[in-house]
Unconditional design. Sequence first.
Length: 311
Amino acid sequence: MQSFENITVIGAGTIGMSWAALFLASGRHVTVCDPNPATQQNTCAFIESATDTLKALNWPNAGDTQKLKFDSDPASAVLNADFVQESIPERISLKHDLYAQIEGNLLARAIVGTSTSGIELSVLQKGFSNPSRLILAHPFNPPHLIPLVELLGNQLTGDTVLDTAESFYQSLGKQTIRLNKEITGHIANRLQAALWRECLYLLKEDVASLEDIDKAVAFGPGLRWATMGPSSLFHLGGGEQGIAGFCKHIGPPMQQWWDDLGDAQLDDDTVAQLSRGMADISAKISDDKLREKRDKLIVDFLQSINQLNTD
């Protein structure tokens, strides 16, 4: 496996800064590229805020910025990069322009992983003269904590590129999954979009408050989903007959629930209702405290998984 000692992160938004924190914690040289004049200040502040959680996950170099540097020019930022993690905004023209700037300066062995949350790989590949090194490598936010990375290559991808990238991500503790074909939103985003649409419908219909709808997920199915996926859980719920038994027993009411699922739109009224609901939650806990709570719970859960795997 390539060690990818030199990594360039292009795009220093929330995702890019999180990637940078993880790559640095693994002991690699990291160049962060973003045109924002506040990039260095913002990135260093983010890395400092992520240090404790990364140390809790046994990353020995967490918080060490000695191997970190900044470059606002993408063309020069990738000159020595073994791996490029692209995390710029979700605009096709912007990504294509970036690829045109960097392609001529990429090392022959370099791989470009795009963090795009919904754009199809085949569309992004049009930004390269030779798209063989570009792959979909979509993380879940925040990527320095959440293990999932969705991977996709296609007939234009180099023969060993996807395997090599997958081994790299797995060395970072990532749980990788592969898409067999491209689809808008990939896998995980489509799943969470489907759930959130029903959450918004329940809110719109005044079935419950936003806080209680969130609690219904977090303290109900969310706890089970953190252990394994819904199909495996339903299989266990089917007793000796497994998933077939579950479908026989729960299938008819499940179909009724599907038929009754609502439709919700992110229109102005819905956004306003969401904002009011979040204001009620924020009155009880600040965003900073909410973020700290999220990160601590994720770390605690990951530590529990690691402990189970070593017992």
